[in-house]
Design a protein around this ligand. Structure first.
Ligand code: ANZ
Ligand code: ZN
Length: 803
């Protein structure tokens, strides 16, 4: 037997697969299709990270399994290559971002290939390729034509260090997500996309997709649909009303004052009558320096000023109440004004305490001297003439009807979701394909002139005025109006990095099409994506944006399904050995190249899948890598144990059927670690027996192949199992052969039986633990405690010791 040398066999098989185009997707539309998608990487200068390899291996496994099952599989890869890091690197080192991208892509591609992923490289795409971004621009123009893109003066979040406007989503804790610098507000004319028009559909259509529940919730929370009432408060002595948005009209009798946002137009309108207008202006100035995030932080000490000279009248009891200005009310939500009910809203409560405003309890249930009572599930209305004695929900219903009947209010749905700020004042992005003409306004560049290429510039540095560097290229900016032929100017803003990734999965279906973004026939065949796996960090924005674009393309007849992704799962992160995030600054980043070189790609792949539950974050462990390498060494030695025979060994029959079932199911449900564990168990049985048939080995190799494709192909050839492994079909198991004895197993917690669970007599401890943890009584007894010991006697008892 030759020694196991991954470096030789891995290259060898990668070349064979490539030459034979084994993983190239066929255009045979008679076959059932399977479209597996992983998030295409940003080709950064740091190269591939072991964190990338985890989701890629996972869907590589599923894709390989599907090919064995006779599917036409699309498993593509590409580059999300526009964006800031590349541009910043280019500025610093004075290299064109195109060159930087080219170099980084080459590095990523070499790394990905070395790991043996079964991507169809003939469909590689790159968002910075003009043949690609032509269609990104085309989609933008279609949106513009449908009124979904508009330009508006917007207070934006401005990062003074990156010199870039950021979307709300890119501001984390008041700071720039990229560089950590504190974000300031600046007003700019920006292109906006009307994603809000799709808010309801983006929530409602989640019903028909198979996403992790947590991912659905993130989408829903981000959109933040809120049903309430817009109620009009008369302004005392004026023929004017102040409108508020409230989700709690039942608390109207408890409204003891009003609050308007510092930017509210009421202030300007009545400036002459407001006695303390200077004080208010001062406060406006103070508030303008804060971000929305800071303003709405709960723990923040409340600030505000009473408007002297204006009062509002509560429509339910005609009481006159004061109007305050405070920055905890945002102009960008609802009507920019609220009725304050300190007894039942936390912020109002704090504000009232600080400024000594009256607190009137209207829902009985808590102690409003101590804190606001916000529960809507229990409590009865008091001090509220029209609705006394009702529960909150009934009261809301009744008072809403009353308000509507009197013309004092209307039911209203609000959303947290804002329109998408789509302009960036940077170089390395898709030029927004519009021209401004004094006569015709904004005019799209005609389709036959697309793409609008990024012009060459001397300097990619954004200007301090906040203009894109493109604004300095007079030759490029000055053009003629496509409509009237007069002089006109090009838009110099570029698109955000989110643009190219909003539709990339469509392009993979037909990546070389130069007449349309993809042919209808191919889109109809391949869509929706059957399985999309990505990071938990992309379950709000990227997912929302791409669903929005997809729905728009559905509306204009480009795609035939309403949702782009049938199923969306997420992987956990790979952390450093000491459980912290891997980062350059900590010096704990593991380079996949090193693992491939030292242990082999198959070891890397096996380890990445064996490392822990796929959806959880787990620390890297070099020892774990070594363990996986040892497993593969033992697999390698199977070649010396094989005897002829096209049936299973008698002693192994049940185990093999069981393993086929287990592995087949686990690969489908992200339980790659337990699938590998089952294969390890089977390998142990092989070793116990000391001799296996070719048929035993055949099945073992096919099952392991999706995880460790190189070593399994090589063994297949060495043992001469016929043809090549990748040409085989996925094995079937026989349910009759794996009937097991089912028993009721008592589970003890600290020596006392706390529940009985149904298990198979030879279920291993992990399986029993899993089942025990789903038992309510047992869960209750261990909740909040640490498991310090487990005693397991198969078929008899399982005892958990907790502290
Ligand atoms: C009176 C009230 C009484 C409220 C009560 C809550 C509890 P969501 O669910 O987020 O939509 N609100 C409305 N507009 C606001 C703005 N521009 N800035 C800050 N707060 C605003 O929350 C809606 C509630 O948030 C509204 O209902 C309003 O306070 C406040 F016991 O009105 B409520
Ligand atoms: Zn014109």
């Amino acid at each position: 037997m030759k020694e196991y040398r991954p470096s030789e066999i891995e290259k060898k098989w990668q070349n064979i697969w490539e030459e034979k185009k084994v993983f190239e997707t066929s255009e045979d539309m008679e076959k059932p299709k399977f479209y597996a998608l992983v998030e295409f990487p940003y080709p950064s200068g740091q190269g591939l990270h072991v964190g990338h390899a985890r989701p890629y291996t996972a869907l590589d496994i599923v894709s390989r399994k599907r090919r064995f099952q006779g599917y036409n599989v699309l498993f593509p890869m590409g580059w999300d290559a526009f964006g800031l890091p590349t541009e910043n690197f280019a500025i610093k080192h004075k290299i064109h971002p195109r060159e930087v991208t080219k170099k980084n892509v080459a590095m990523f591609k070499r790394q990905l290939k070395s790991i043996g992923f079964s991507f169809d490289w003939s469909r590689e795409i790159n968002t910075t390729d003009p043949n690609y971004y032509k269609w990104t621009q085309w989609i933008f123009i279609k949106m513009f034509e449908k009124g979904l893109a508009y330009k508006r003066e917007m207070p934006i979040n401005w990062c003074p260090s990156c010199k870039i406007g950021l979307a709300n989503e890119e501001v984390v804790g008041g700071c720039c997500e990229r560089c950590g610098e504190e974000v300031v507000r600046k007003t700019k004319n920006q292109w906006m996309l009307k994603i809000t028009e799709y808010a309801d559909r983006l929530i409602d259509d989640l019903e028909n997709v198979d996403y992790l529940e947590s991912i659905k919730n993130q989408q829903i929370n981000w959109i933040g649909r809120s049903e309430g009432m817009e109620v009009s408060f008369k302004i005392s002595g004026k023929d004017d009303v102040l409108k508020v948005f409230t989700t709690r009209p039942d608390t109207l009798y408890g409204a003891t004052y009003m609050v308007i946002a510092p930017e509210h137009p009421l202030i300007k309108k009545y400036a002459e009558e407001i006695k303390n207008i200077d004080e208010i202006k001062e406060y406006q100035e103070y508030a303008s320096k804060k971000s929305d995030f800071e303003r709405t932080e709960l723990i923040k000490e409340k600030t505000g000023v009473e408007i002297k000279g204006l009062k509002a009248i509560n429509p339910v009891n005609q009481k006159e109440i004061p109007i305050w200005v405070s920055d905890y009310v945002l102009m960008s939500y609802g009507t920019g004004a609220i009725m304050a009910v300190p007894a039942h809203d936390n912020r109002d409560w704090e504000f009232a305490k600080k400024f000594n405003l009256p607190i009137v309890e209207v829902v009985k249930g808590g102690n409003v001297d101590k804190e606001a009572y916000t529960d809507t599930e229990s409590g009865t209305l008091i001090n509220s003439e029209l609705i006394n004695g009702l529960e909150v929900k009934e009261a809301i219903e009744k008072i809403s009807n009353w308000l509507e009947a009197k013309g004092l209010g209307v039911r209203k749905t609000n959303y947290k979701l804002r329109d998408w700020i789509f302009s960036r004042q940077r170089y390395w992005g898709e030029p927004i394909p519009l021209v401004h003409c004094d006569e015709c306004g904004w005019v799209p560049v005609p389709e036959e002139e697309l793409p609008v290429l990024l012009p060459e510039v001397e300097n990619y540095e954004p200007t301090d005025t906040g203009e894109s560097p493109l604004a300095n290229i007079t030759d490029w900016v000055e053009t003629t109006c496509p409509k009237c032929g007069r002089k006109a100017r090009r838009e110099t803003d570029t698109m955000p990095q989110w643009a190219g990734s909003s539709w990339y999965y469509l392009r993979y279906t037909d990546p070389h099409n130069d007449r349309e973004l993809a042919s209808k026939e191919k889109l109809d065949y391949w869509l929706p994506v059957d399985w999309y796996n990505g990071g938990m960090e992309h379950t709000t924005l990227h997912l929302l944006y791409s669903r929005f674009w997809h729905k728009f393309l559905y509306d204009i007849g480009i795609v035939s399904c309403k949702e782009p992704y049938k199923k969306r799962t997420a992987h956990g992160m790979i952390l450093g050995e000491n459980n912290e995030k891997m980062s350059k600054s900590r010096g704990n980043v593991v380079n996949p190249d090193d693992i491939v070189n030292e242990y082999g790609a198959d070891t890397l792949r096996t380890y990445e899948m064996f490392i822990g539950d796929f959806e959880k974050s787990v620390p890297w462990s070099e020892n774990g890598v070594k363990g996986c390498r040892r497993f593969l060494e033992r697999v390698w030695r199977l070649q010396d144990m094989v005897v002829d025979g096209d049936e299973y060994s008698d002693e192994l029959e049940t185990s093999i059927h069981k393993t086929i079932k287990k592995v087949s199911e686990d690969y489908e449900s992200l339980k790659f670690n337990t699938a590998i564990a089952a294969l390890m168990t089977l390998l142990n049985e092989f070793n116990d027996i000391g001799q296996i048939t070719k048929e035993d080995l055949r099945i073992f190799l096919i099952l392991l192949n999706p995880v460790a494709p190189h070593i399994t192909e090589e063994l297949w050839e060495i043992v001469n199992l016929g043809g090549m492994l990748h040409e085989q079909t996925w094995p079937e198991y026989d349910e009759d052969k794996i009937q097991e004895e089912v028993i009721e197993l008592p589970v003890q917690v600290n020596g006392k039986v706390r529940g009985k669970i149904i298990v198979n007599i030879d279920d291993p401890q992990e399986v029993v633990r899993e089942k025990a943890m789903k038992n309510e009584s047992i869960m209750r007894h261990i909740e909040g405690k640490d498991i310090i010991k487990e005693i397991f006697v198969a078929g008899k008892i399982y005892n958990i010791v907790v502290k």
